[in-house]
Design a protein around this ligand. Structure first.
Ligand code: IVH
Length: 675
């Protein structure tokens, strides 16, 4: 197929999906079944994977859902919906209070009382009641103008439609938060990243019948325009709200003094995971309405209120269970299953406990209250345990001594540190432990290894369970007829998979070596080995030649790697895998490096710090120019490059062996370069 034809086909599919989206989101009238819709989405994604030149801003890989419908009518807020400024520390809070005291020219140290309200992370809405009847509901929008979502808000049970209380104002905009409870979110978590997104998505459905299907809740906390509201402080207003039939936050409190605000904040942060709704901080509002009026607002935030936010990468939760996961190298990794908690917008329910020693060191137990941290892309981990929250009946966690495959695990003795490893492992029995085998296969198809499009971890799991793949070579001999008939598959997706797999039958030697998942042979070492062997046949013949020790001449390969390589080749099954893969793959020889360069037949070693050039760069310069690098001072070494603070012993032994010791400049001169 030519590029043009591929592009038109792709565009056709995108147009079709956009049309389906319009019908579904704007007109609430799906024109295809969910399955057809999902299939189309999958086809688009597969095409994009296959042909990297394809892209569209309307592709499901780009667009997050569908842009909010333009069909809601806009309407102005009679009193703007303000936002809040944030505080993150005790100092911020002190500053907030100080400014208030100054503004009101009160005496330093004056007590101000605040309504402290846990800040629910949802979508705010303003509900207009006229003579006790819910007439109109607006979203916040930009604060001045919102969308008329009355019909959707009408479906929410927590929103009273008619209020008969005598003291209810003649006219009032009741404001509060629409949200989804965590327990209800459980059923929606495949579709949305967090409860807030789920609430927002449901509230924006064009058809109120769709909104009705989602159990949205409403909690009231403030008001906008009002006529006839007889109350002079926030806390009394909250009480009124509940007497009128609105839900208010059960954790609202009246508090004075920054110290007490902090105490309350700490208490609530610790019990956050036990709440059935997400909170991302606590809102403090000066309680007295007269003071609020005097304070007024700056820009679009009031001077009389602040949101004291929780840390966005840490949260307190409870360990419900500890599961043991088995990795590719057989390492047993304990993982804490925690009560789901929102950390910086992501719902976290797993946190790694690293290894057995870590559990012992921190004495982590099931049922413990723990602080979990999620920073950047790293896996969330347990930082600390709050032992004061521990029940008397709690028991120490007993780390299993057996792998789920039934085999006894071991702790290896590290010859270098002269200590036992912190990690417990299921011994590598070459694809006999089904846990390890599955992980090895996941590694085999992973991005840096064979990188087979559309062949992810889930497919490995599934094909493994179905006995379709047990060993790496099985991946290249798949029964596509069978796959086509699997649930969720079809002719097209099976064909696409075949295409992706076939495309990867040609592979470079270094990627191939890396894919084997030999312990301690990562990307860098695989590259070194590939250069050393040059061809797959030479690599495969290593056990026959039995010249393992020569590998130690490769700078970067040490005793640890050597033992691991020997171990790999000592297993019959691995030799069989190599010969089977040899039959189905075309493993390309390593690129021949220039053998006639300026540094031909010269070997180098570096000691000390170099200037403006990394060791890695020097190494590749040497290799590019046909030289070699070695890792120890021996007769084989020709030049020792000495940088700042070199290792004395290396210099001494080099001198003793009459090896030339040169500096960075001298080295660069050999290449006709200057630094
Ligand atoms: S009062 C002028 N009270 O926080 C005061 N807001 O960043 C503005 N929120 O848009 C609102 N709980 O969505 C207030 N008890 C509470 C709140 C609360 C949550 C949200 C609301 C608002 C945002 C302000």
């Amino acid at each position: 197929m030519n590029k043009k034809k591929i592009k038109t086909d792709y565009q056709k599919k995108i147009n079709q999906l956009t049309k389906f989206n319009k019908f579904y989101f704007d007109r609430s009238k799906p024109v295809v079944s969910d399955k057809e819709y999902d299939d189309l989405k999958k086809e688009i994604l597969l095409l994009e994977n296959k042909y990297t030149f394809l892209n569209s801003k309307y592709s499901p890989s780009q667009a997050v859902g569908h842009k909010p419908s333009k069909n809601f009518k806009k309407s102005s807020h009679r009193v703007p919906m303000l936002s809040l400024s944030n505080a993150f520390s005790e100092a911020d809070l002190k500053n907030f209070e100080k400014k208030i005291i100054n503004f009101l020219s009160k005496k330093e140290g004056s007590e101000i009382s605040y309504s402290a309200e846990p800040k629910i992370d949802g979508i705010s809405a303003s509900l207009t009641y006229i003579n006790g009847v819910f007439e109109k509901g607006l979203s916040r929008g930009d604060g001045k103008e919102g969308e008329d979502i009355t019909r959707n808000l009408f479906t929410i049970k927590d929103i009273p439609k008619k209020i008969l209380s005598k003291n209810f104002p003649e006219e009032i905009d009741i404001r509060g938060e629409v949200f989804i409870q965590n327990s209800d979110f459980e059923n929606l978590k495949d579709k949305f990243a967090n409860p807030r997104n789920a609430a927002s998505g449901s509230l924006r459905q064009k058809n109120p019948e769709d909104t009705k299907k989602i159990p949205l809740k409403f909690i009231a906390y403030t008001f906008g325009f009002e006529k006839g509201l007889e109350v002079d402080n926030q806390f009394d207003y909250l009480k009124k709200l509940s007497s009128w039939g609105f839900k208010t936050n059960p954790l609202n409190k009246l508090i004075s003094g920054v110290k007490n605000l902090i105490q309350n904040y700490d208490d609530i942060e610790k019990t956050r995971a036990n709440l059935d709704f997400d909170i991302d901080g606590i809102v403090y509002k000066v309680n007295d309405f007269d003071l609020q009026k005097r304070l007024g607002s700056v820009a679009n935030a009031p001077r009389w209120a602040v949101a004291h936010k929780f840390s966005s990468n840490k949260a307190v939760s409870e360990i419900k269970d500890i599961e043991i996961q088995i990795g590719r190298t057989g390492a047993l990794t304990p993982v804490a299953k925690i009560k789901p908690i929102n950390i910086g917008g992501v719902q976290v329910s797993n946190a790694t406990l690293h290894n057995e020693d870590e559990i012992i060191r921190k004495d982590i137990r099931i049922g413990d209250t723990v602080t979990v941290e999620r920073a950047g892309d790293v896996i969330p981990h347990v930082v600390s345990v709050d032992t004061s929250k521990r029940k008397k009946t709690s028991n120490k966690f007993v780390f299993p001594k057996k792998c789920p495959c039934g085999y006894e695990t071991i702790k290896e003795f590290n010859k270098i540190t002269k200590k036992y490893d912190a990690v417990r492992r299921c011994p590598d029995r070459s694809f006999e432990c089904n846990r390890i085998a599955k992980e090895k296969l996941k590694h085999f198809v992973s991005k840096e290894a064979f990188n087979i499009d559309g062949f992810g971890k889930k497919i490995v799991e599934k094909f493994w369970e179905l006995n379709l793949i047990k060993l790496p070579q099985d991946i290249f001999k798949l029964d596509y007829g069978k796959i086509e008939n699997l649930d969720g598959w079809g002719r097209l997706s099976a064909d696409n998979l075949r295409y992706s797999v076939d495309k990867k039958k040609q592979i470079s030697l270094e990627r191939f070596i890396y894919s084997l998942g030999i312990r301690h042979i990562g990307l860098e070492n695989a590259k070194l080995l590939s250069r050393y062997f040059g061809s797959f046949q030479k690599f495969k013949n290593l056990p026959k030649e039995n010249n393992y020790n020569d590998l130690l001449n490769i700078d970067g390969i040490g005793e640890t790697q050597l033992v691991s390589i020997k171990n790999f080749f000592s297993k019959e099954i691995n030799l069989k895998i190599l010969s089977e893969l040899d039959k189905v793959l075309n493993i390309k020889n390593a690129k021949v490096v220039n053998t006639r360069g300026l540094l031909k037949n010269k070997s180098f070693m570096i000691t000390g710090k170099l200037n403006n050039i990394s060791r890695a760069e020097v190494k590749s310069l040497i290799e590019e120019n046909s030289g070699t690098t070695v890792s120890s001072v021996s007769k084989k070494l020709n030049y020792l490059i000495s940088g700042e603070k070199p290792t004395k012993k290396k210099i001494e032994s080099a001198k003793a062996l009459k090896i030339k010791v040169i500096d960075q400049d001298e080295f660069l001169k050999m290449l006709n370069k200057t630094s």
